[in-house]
Design a protein around this ligand. Structure first.
Ligand code: GLU
Length: 414
């Protein structure tokens, strides 16, 4: 089993999506199921409805999974296992308040409550946490990307498993849930590397001996950009996935689909160093994916249902990189035009002529007709005509433009 374990505490961002994509790819490569576990035990930081946003984004990106869980439903297991650890003397009750610990400016917990007499525990009215006893040996994490890191007992410390409110900490809930789900490979961000020895210590204390593999992904700088925002800006899910798989990776080609990436993706090819999110690179990848779209599909993306409008949109890809920009360009062809004063007269003449003109199959005949009836010559006709046909002073070749809008010409000139 592999798992993606997002917290519903904010917008899903590109850092989360990268983790989700890699888990998905590896689950298919290894022929193991994928679990989506919503880590909703941090009651204060949860935002209602965020889990649905996560599921919607996973669906949009084609990230299929076999199981879905809410961590809060496992609360009884977290509590039962905490009790088990207390009974086995692998964990202890700690009555130190957060303030007391803070005021002593303790960098690390000093194990003050570890050796309390039983009556000091049983009769103690104070709120308490449950801490795991500091391990007596170093713990090594062997990571597919980063190699081996060893953590001394002091780095792991007697950390908290259950808070005073009887809810598990992230490390405890995560370690228990991964164990219950029989997770074999954990792919997550490097920010969790220091959690891993703690989670291994929990597994050891619970007598769980399965050798879990780990892959901690190098930090993604500027990785907090929200997926919702990128989609609203008009980046295609295919392009975003492509870029996130390409980033800090050695790939056989630059433009590819998620399906193709499954054939060659290898966690071992990922760079160990932090990677930078570069929106300009994403723009150029997005343009290539837009170019590759079937014209009919592209037409739908820009709000029409005609192949010709898809082809028209493709012409504008020379000067745009997102669907939002494309929609604006295609929209400007059909919207009322704003015309600079100097071209207004010519524009009005050409618009009236076009409204009355017969159908011309090619641009040259249409232009010849306009020249013949407008009194404008080849040169001073061009700008007002371009404004009439596209709403802009610069853009694609007139010939190409005409080819794709000729069937709509009366509407364009309305
Ligand atoms: N809920 C944690 C997060 O979103 C999960 C980390 C993990 O994969 O263990 O960062």
């Amino acid at each position: 089993m592999l798992r993606f374990a997002p917290s519903p505490t904010g917008d899903m961002h590109i850092g989360n999506l990268r983790v989700a994509l890699f888990n998905y790819i590896c689950s298919i490569q290894r022929e193991e199921p994928l679990l989506i576990r919503i880590e909703d035990t941090d009651k204060e930081r949860n935002i209602p409805g965020k889990e649905n946003e996560i599921f919607d984004i996973l669906a949009l990106f084609g990230i299929e999974y076999q199981e879905q869980q809410f961590q809060s439903n496992n609360l009884r297991f977290h509590r039962a296992m905490a009790l088990q650890l207390l009974q086995d003397k692998k964990a202890f009750n700690c009555f130190c308040s957060a303030e007391a610990l803070k005021s002593k400016r303790e960098a690390a917990y000093e194990g003050r409550c570890e050796n309390l007499a039983p009556e000091e525990v049983i009769d103690n009215p104070l709120p308490f946490t449950i801490r795991l006893k500091k391990p007596t040996h170093s713990i090594s994490v062997s990571d597919i990307i980063k190699g081996e890191s060893t953590f001394a007992p002091d780095e792991i410390d007697s950390f908290i498993l259950m808070s005073t409110d009887k809810y598990p900490t992230y490390n405890f809930a995560c370690a228990v849930d991964d164990m219950l789900a029989d997770v074999s490979l954990i792919i997550r961000g490097e920010d969790h590397l220091s959690d891993t020895p703690k989670q291994i210590a929990i597994h050891e204390a619970l007598g769980y001996t399965k050798k879990v593999e780990y892959a901690h992904l190098p930090i993604l700088l500027e990785g907090s950009l929200s997926i919702k925002w990128l989609l609203e800006e008009g980046f295609l899910p295919e392009a975003i996935s492509n870029y996130l798989i390409l980033l800090g990776n050695k790939t056989p080609l630059e433009i590819f689909s998620l399906k193709e990436a499954i054939k060659w993706f290898d966690l071992k090819s990922l760079s160990k160093d932090p990677v930078h999110f570069d929106i300009d690179k994403l723009r150029s990848i997005n343009r290539e994916h837009l170019r590759g779209l079937d014209p009919k599909e592209l037409s739908r993306y820009v709000g029409f249902a005609d192949e010709e409008i898809g082809n028209l949109a493709k012409l504008f890809l020379e000067e745009t990189t997102t669907l939002k920009e494309l929609r604006a360009k295609v929209g400007a062809v059909f919207e009322p035009k704003e015309v600079p004063q100097e071209y207004q007269e010519g524009f009005d003449i050409l618009r009236d002529l076009t409204r009355k003109a017969p159908h011309f199959d090619d641009y040259e005949s249409y232009k010849a007709y306009l020249i013949q009836h407008s009194g404008l010559n080849e040169e001073n006709l061009l700008k007002p005509l371009r404004l009439l046909l596209s709403g802009a002073e610069h853009g694609p070749e007139m010939n190409d433009l005409y080819t794709h809008i000729k069937n709509y010409i009366k509407e364009v000139a309305k």
